[in-house]
Design a protein around this ligand. Structure first.
Ligand code: URA
Length: 246
């Protein structure tokens, strides 16, 4: 190694879970069972430090260090949350990358605009969507009629639908008689529109302003940007903390 050159090291279990092999506890189990080798030697310590020059294999198969892409899109209304469609514009047309395997994390309705994460990191996407991880999403809604006086009170209680029970909203803010901001930690189909319908208000404009700690700041409708390395680390950290119930 040249003087001054620093090789970044990472814990073996973190490397394996970041590469999508499994959750942190699943990969620890794999390591303990002796299914993981580093430079041809079976290792049983999840905390072992490895660097880029180490060869890691799982069940005899060498790990290709995948690098994932993470995009944040300001989805405009009128774009379908899909990879492709016969005829209608889809969100993937707005992502400046040809990487195969990229897909939206969750979905926004055709007429909903706002923040949408797009990645080929399947494990992270799966975690962010899991109800277990409770990622908070904030929506700005414009309504066809005035909010009822008891709107805040009704959103603070569970709401029963024919197919599911919505948890109490994380927060609700009346901005104007016909505009509000609602934060929920779930993502059932049409959930926000259905919650407003339940209190007698039809949503005419819906914009997702944030997804976890990610916001629309700096983006205009139709624009996408790559997540920074710091943001990717933060997203992984959020998932790790939730996995451990912290
Ligand atoms: N809730 C909705 O009703 N629609 C969306 O697009 C997102 C959340």
């Amino acid at each position: 190694m040249k003087v001054g050159e620093v090789k970044r090291s990472v814990r073996l279990d973190k490397l394996l879970s970041d590469q999508g092999i499994g959750t942190r506890s699943e990969v620890k189990e794999l390591i303990r069972k002796g299914r993981v080798k580093v430079n041809g030697e079976t290792v049983r310590r999840p905390e072992l430090s490895v660097t880029e020059s180490d060869t890691v294999s799982v069940d005899g198969e060498e790990l290709r260090r995948a690098s994932f892409e993470y995009w944040l899109l300001y989805k405009p209304a009128g774009f379908l949350t899909a990879v492709q469609d016969a005829g209608r514009p889809v969100v993937m047309e707005l992502i400046p990358s040809k990487r195969k395997g990229l897909s939206p994390v969750g979905r926004l309705d055709l007429e909903t605009e706002g923040i949408l994460l797009v990645t080929d990191d399947g494990l992270l996407a799966h975690r962010l969507l899991s109800p277990k991880y409770h990622v908070e999403k904030t929506y700005y809604a414009e309504l066809a009629s005035d909010l009822p006086a008891d709107a805040a009170e009704r959103f603070s209680r569970p709401m029963e639908f024919s197919d599911f029970m919505a948890a109490p909203a994380v927060s609700f803010e009346e901005l104007e008689p016909r505009a509000a901001r609602l934060t929920i930690a779930e993502g059932k189909y049409h959930q926000v529109r259905r919650m407003f319908a339940k209190i007698g208000c039809e949503v005419v404009t819906l914009r997702r302003e944030s997804f976890g700690f990610l916001t629309l700041e700096g983006l205009k409708p139709g624009e996408a940007r790559s997540l920074t390395e710091k943001e990717v680390r933060q997203l992984r950290e959020v998932c790790r903390m939730m996995e451990h119930g912290e």
